[in-house]
Write a protein that binds this ligand. Structure first.
Ligand SMILES: C[S@@+](CC[C@H](N)C(=O)[O-])C[C@H]1O[C@@H](n2cnc3c(N)ncnc32)[C@H](O)[C@@H]1O
Length: 214
């Protein structure tokens, strides 16, 4: 398999006072990869959220299912500040954050350890010459599959029809996954990013895949 080389630089951006406060004192939710290895050695179910943005979906889904840990991976510092602030304000103990490119983090997750994976509104890179920057490729789909237990899920959503078709074709062609386009599951919250797409006249497509035996 090709190495999953990072193509996206860390983006720092401007921060609000709430974000700054949370980033200055992140507490135990912000993990290093070494701490992740320790955390993953306990038996709690873990769902990976790839590119959580401001963390709205992570917060709602962590509150709805306190027995499952949500491991959020993103590298946009203001969004990490938002999610840390929500974790502090709501006293959430089942959310972990890693500030890194998910392609680096996957290497630290043991085979079959994840119960499921969520990727809501991955950066669409709509221009054809930028398609190679898209996160969801065949190699990425296989790398995610190897960390997901048999019977586990990968739920994706995008508001770019052509990216949805690409995901459907690429993940659908991967022997480790079975599934495709579905209606919006009731437990997927609507995020700021999705609301922006709706305001611009786009609609979301959800895709649901089950991890099967290759
Ligand atoms: C369009 S936003 C969507 C955010 C959120 N999931 C939502 O639905 O509102 C995409 C997010 O993915 C993150 N991202 C992009 N590439 C990534 C990568 N390789 N590893 C981790 N996060 C990534 C970006 O920083 C950004 O926060």
């Amino acid at each position: 398999m090709e190495p999953l080389l990072p193509t996206t630089k860390h983006r720092r951006g401007r921060r609000t006072a709430r974000q700054e406060r949370a980033l200055a004192d992140p507490g135990p939710a912000l993990l290093t990869v070494n701490a992740l290895t320790d955390g993953l050695s306990d038996g709690r179910p873990v769902v990976l959220d790839i590119g959580f943005g401001t963390g709205e979906a992570v917060v709602a889904q962590a509150r709805a299912d306190p027995d499952t840990v949500i491991l959020g991976v993103d590298m946009h510092t203001p969004g990490i500040g938002d999610l840390l602030a929500s974790i502090h304000e709501l006293d959430l103990t089942n959310v972990w954050i890693i500030d890194d490119d998910v392609r680096n983090v996957l290497e630290h997750i043991p085979t079959g350890r994840l119960t499921g994976v969520r990727t809501y509104f991955p950066d669409p890179w709509p221009k054809k010459r930028h398609h190679r920057r898209r996160l969801v490729t065949a190699d990425f789909a296989r790398a995610v599959a190897h960390r997901t237990r048999l019977g586990g899920f990968w739920h994706l959503a995008t508001d770019w029809v052509e990216y949805a078709e690409h995901i459907n074709d690429t993940v659908g062609a991967c022997s480790e996954w079975r599934g495709g386009i579905v209606g919006k599951p009731h437990d997927r919250p609507t995020t700021k990013y999705e609301r922006r797409g709706i305001a611009a006249g786009r609609t979301a497509t959800d895709l649901w895949f089950e991890r099967i035996n290759p």
